[in-house]
Design a protein around this ligand. Structure first.
Ligand SMILES: *Cc1c(COP(=O)(O)O)cnc(C)c1O
Length: 418
């Protein structure tokens, strides 16, 4: 459910016509709906209300400060994967004690920052990382709260680039090495075992892989118990999918029901790290048609947003629905919707049935709230687009459009070239 809807043939975000925002801020731009973000968080959180739980929004899905602040106000914690995300989360008002730190490549410096802030736990992904974390904690005369990320080796049945819980993936530790990590942590005076963690992938459209992963985590917890190790937090990661086209992911209630059923005999606080499911359908990318072009083989709609603005189609061959912002009767054509970037991979849609829009018209690329702006770049020296947040009948530019000066900020011509 989201708050982008048509009224008198015009696309609205909540109570504001998208066309009006385009006129004021120019194109392309990202547009988020505050009511949608709020609702998504509440539905997800309430689905787990029958057990002790903490929702740690996965910051990497959309890290705009305004989005983080909105979620913080709803009670969300944060799942971070870098020092930069820690900085953002704290700036946005997410309490450190609701922050979990994931990722295979944490640096000693990032660990120090997180320990200093007092985060809830480090989801440790290798023996090497465990060693470094212990050293950092010792140097600070602290005890680092630790969970080991295990790799349960279940197939999430999603795109290979976003599957993370298979033995061949770089994430987490196999069960044998994970046990070794727990035993090392148990003896280490600078580490405190507080949790166990797994995250099997993204855009999952079935509940069964989550349940399977949870069963394997539970079996592993039994084993830990025999070594006198127990945990307070069971972190099941994120990964619940959303509707982009014709997927039918389980609603949060169904996902929660299946997990709660498995968890009722355990005395742990469940930690969840949803990203996409909270923000994906709360955002769109608005772009303007520049040109229409036909070759002997194909039709192209050339728009002013490219793969530098929205990478998912080029990167994952991802599907995003694309609709005209002003609907009227038009013939349907089959065309590629492409950007201005000098790459063949620069497309938003391929061989898509789409109304025949003319240059100057606006298109909305739907479901672009997750892994949209955060993956944008300056490739082809294109300033990144602004982000706009709508709330009821008002809109706010929550990140301004970059300008040319910003493009070269930090660059320098060395003396020998002067
Ligand atoms: C990316 C990621 C998430 C969020 O995944 P979604 O599919 O967006 O819900 C959660 N936890 C970890 C460790 C991640 O890397």
């Amino acid at each position: 459910m989201h708050h982008f809807h048509f009224q008198n043939g015009q696309l609205y975000a909540e109570e504001v016509p998208v066309k009006e925002i385009a006129r004021k801020v120019g194109t392309p731009f990202y547009l988020y709906s505050a009511a949608t973000l709020k609702r998504h968080f509440q539905v997800f959180d309430q689905a787990f209300s029958s057990l002790p739980h903490l929702v740690c929004y996965s910051v990497k899905a959309n890290s705009n400060l305004a989005v983080l602040r909105l979620l913080a106000r709803e009670g969300s914690g944060a799942d971070i994967v870098s020092g930069g995300e820690l900085y953002r989360a704290l700036k946005a008002g997410i309490p450190a004690e609701k922050v979990v730190f994931s990722g295979v490549g944490k640096t000693a410096r990032e660990m120090r920052q997180a320990l200093e802030a007092g985060i809830l736990m480090f989801n440790v992904e290798s023996l090497g990382e465990l060693k470094v974390l212990s050293r950092v904690a010792r140097s600070m005369r602290k005890k680092a709260p630790v969970a080991i990320r295990i790799n349960p080796d279940v197939d999430p049945k999603t795109h290979p680039y976003i599957s993370t819980g298979l033995q061949k993936n770089k994430f987490g530790l196999d069960l044998e090495t994970a046990l070794e990590a727990y035993l090392l942590a148990q003896k280490d005076p600078h580490l405190e075992i507080v949790g166990i963690d797994c995250h099997i992938g993204s855009q999952l459209t079935e509940v069964s892989p989550f349940v399977e992963a949870l069963r394997r985590v539970k079996a592993f917890l039994q084993k830990l118990k025999s070594f006198g190790i127990s945990v307070r937090y069971l972190d099941l990661g994120g990964g619940l999918g959303i509707v982009y086209g014709n997927e039918a992911p389980p609603p949060p209630e169904e996902y929660a029901r299946a997990l709660i059923e498995e968890l009722k005999d355990l005395d742990v606080t469940l930690v969840l790290e949803p990203g996409r499911v909270l923000v994906g359908n709360a955002g769109i990318l608005v772009t303007r048609v520049l040109y229409y072009k036909e070759t002997p083989q194909k039709k192209f709609i050339i728009v002013d947003a490219g793969m530098n603005d929205l990478l998912r189609p080029a990167f994952y061959n991802a599907y995003h629905e694309i609709i005209p912002v002003v609907s009227r009767k038009r013939p349907l054509i089959k065309a590629d919707v492409v950007g201005p970037i000098c790459e063949t991979g620069d497309f938003l849609a391929r061989d898509r049935e789409i109304p025949q829009v003319k240059p100057g018209e606006l298109l909305a690329v739907m479901s672009a709230g997750a892994y949209g702006f955060v993956m944008s770049s300056n490739y082809n020296s294109r300033p990144r687009p602004p982000e706009v947040l709508v709330s009821r009948d008002q809109y706010f530019v929550v990140r301004k459009r970059e300008n040319y000066a910003r493009l070269i900020a930090g660059e320098k011509i060395p003396d020998f070239l002067r």
